[in-house]
Design a protein around this ligand. Structure first.
Ligand code: PGA
Length: 256
């Protein structure tokens, strides 16, 4: 049985005051279910991680970073390592979010190094994958998602991959208000689970959690979560509004 997992990706939003306030509101609003019925995490910008982790230290809401660098330390100006993220209280880290792939220009090879470094550093990576609209329209969704997973997890044995969550986030659904239908999401989630089964065996494939992300809102969360292979949600815009995010968490927890 996979425990539902909802994460909020705050992207480049909030400030030192609002980040802490939002974290506290989320924690108090889901204190009855977080940690046992559902895993919940928030991913603030780097500069607020420590303050948010402190605000959440007595709660069951975890903290995740939005990115990391794969080197452990040294002359890498502007970068942040896995051990630094651990040090300030992170449990999770997003790897290969579509905005990093397509705006910043991260390759599958770089993302693989990040996933590997995250696991070695004791973090739980959320590997984000998903096709662009042109790729969907030309029938390449499965091919793109397979490449992102195979290359993103390259060189990692089953034992390490058990630390990973996969987030399926079609690029055309992120921040656009155009959510994938529950059927479209399920189709890709089930493809991902089959692929994981071929790569690591059925047992591990059944254990790995697959989140959906892309314009998740309180009015579509329940339907998305009803699909067999939907184990959670990665929420952007709606995670910045406490009531919306708490409603999404509540609905996802009902599957647990
Ligand atoms: P959105 O973002 O919910 O605002 O579409 C999702 C994400 O980028 O993870």
């Amino acid at each position: 049985m996979r425990k539902p997992f909802v994460a909020g990706n705050w992207k480049m939003n909030t400030n030192s005051y609002s980040a802490v306030a939002l974290a506290k509101d989320v924690a108090s609003g889901c204190s009855d279910i977080a940690g046992h019925k559902i895993d919940v995490a928030v991913c603030p910008p780097f500069v607020y991680l420590q303050a948010v982790a402190k605000a959440l230290s007595a709660s069951s809401v975890a903290v995740g970073a939005q990115d990391l660098y794969f080197q452990q330390e040294g002359a890498f100006t502007g970068e942040i390592s896995a051990s630094m993220l651990k040090d300030v209280g992170c449990a999770y880290v997003l790897c290969g979010h579509s905005e990093r792939r397509h705006i910043i220009g991260e390759s599958d090879e770089l993302i693989n190094k990040k996933v590997t470094a995250a696991i070695s550093g004791g973090l739980l990576p959320i590997l984000c994958v998903g096709e662009k609209i042109s790729e969907r329209e030309t029938g390449q969704t499965e091919q793109v998602v397979a490449r992102q997973i195979e290359e993103g997890l390259a060189g990692l044995g089953a034992e390490k991959v058990s630390a990973v969550t996969i987030a399926y986030e079609p690029v055309w659904a992120i921040g656009t208000g155009k959510t994938a239908t529950a059927q479209q999401a399920q189709q890709v989630h089930s493809f991902i689970r089959k692929l994981l089964s071929q790569m690591y065996g059925e047992k591990l494939a059944q254990e790995i959690r697959i989140q959906y992300g892309g314009s998740v809102r309180p009015d579509n969360a329940a339907e998305l979560m009803r699909q067999e292979d939907a184990d959670g949600l990665l929420v952007g815009g709606a995670s910045l509004k406490k009531d919306a995010f708490l409603a999404i968490i509540q609905q996802a927890a009902e599957k647990g």
